[in-house]
Ligand binder design. Sequence first.
Ligand code: BG6
Length: 459
Amino acid sequence: MCAAEADVFVVFGITGDLAKEMTFRSLYRLERRGLLGCPIVGVAVDDWSPAALRRHMRDAIRAGGERVESKTFDALAGRLSYVQGDFDDSATYERVGAAIEKAKRPLFYLETPPSLFGRVVSGIAGAGLTEHARVVVEKPFGHDLASARALAADLHRSVREEQIFRVDHYLGKLGLEELLYLRFANTMLESVWNRDHVACIQITMAESFGVEDRGRFYDAVGALRDVVVNHLLQLLAAATMDAPKDGDSLDAARHRLFQAVATADPSRYVRGQYSGYRSTKGVAARSTTETYAALDLRIDNDRWRDVPVHIRAGKHLRMTQTELRFILRAPPPPSFLSRRNQPEANELVLRIDPHTGLRLILEAHRADASGPEPINLDMEFARQGGEGPTPYEVLFHAALTGDTEFFTHQDTVEEAWRIVQPLLDHAPQTHSYRKGSWGPAAARELAKPHGGWRPLWTE
Ligand code: BG6
């Protein structure tokens, strides 16, 4: 679903952390690929000279691991201008209006805390800049169902829902796109992708680092809100939704899947906090915020009824790796094999991070074993198709060209909050866990009935 290309890209909060870590690097990579075709206007309260902003941009691109080629950098810097101003001051938006001159289809990207979304959007609307505009906003979209609705109502005072592009950078990840292709372009896989063949689904997002300098932000949020209600539910949707019906968007298909997910059960929810978390700068001395969350979900539809979904995410775990694992049902015992030599269930693993890969665990007859033994069929996507674009490259390009498929709409956001709301309302106590471990022991119980959490691909 593509609309006309944006004719200016306005970034509110261009001097902030997200711009430093993600935005400049992604813009640079888009420039290098010849995919940027409009001016870029940065807006922030800091009193920076254009030269200082350019220097900052160069450092940020380099720190992101890119080799800075002058031709590409100069082309990008040539697009960039800066408007200094307080987001509370209507004169700032007048200056933005003057800076974007005759642009008809501006793309406004709000890299600001969500508490400023309403103010900024009403500022640009007040300056008469929103008629054909798109507005891109970053998560978090509220901290529960009620606040997500209030945030949307605030935005809807100034712009229509179809003008809002909500970023969940997981939707820009190559792995999620691979997943859709694997599922819907392969008869062999699609035919086993259901409750008749799948015994359970495990999703793990493990990070070997802590909250570092994000203590103030993180302590008010916790793992469930930071990565589960958004990133991991999006991964679950890509893994389990039905193919979009004719004329339907991917988001409509994701929304339909979320509608089928039963509201989560707090007695199947384990929260953990790594030891030492409370001494992080910005974290309350007696904080009970979870840095680890494990939960079970059920999808009540014909495809998945009674197939448990186990999800876990945590910081300071043993390694950094995100994967989705389908554990298939065990085959009926083959009569030609002795009782001691029964085959194990097959597994299909899609690794999302740090590199996308696909592993199929099959049973085979090996010369060095007496019965069937698991063998791994592994494929690293980068070996076959090269390195893909970064998530923000995908998302910026989609927003610039008006491709809505990579963004989530308000009804999908609300459905995701509906699923986890009981876990917020009846949050169990937080267990402490050791840095570098696999989280609290209590989380092992969740997956126990289905053979426990499987070791990750590279574990
Ligand atoms: C962000 C969370 O949205 O996603 C972080 O705020 C988390 O806490 C990050 O580390 C993970 O994203 P990625 O792409 O690095 O796996």
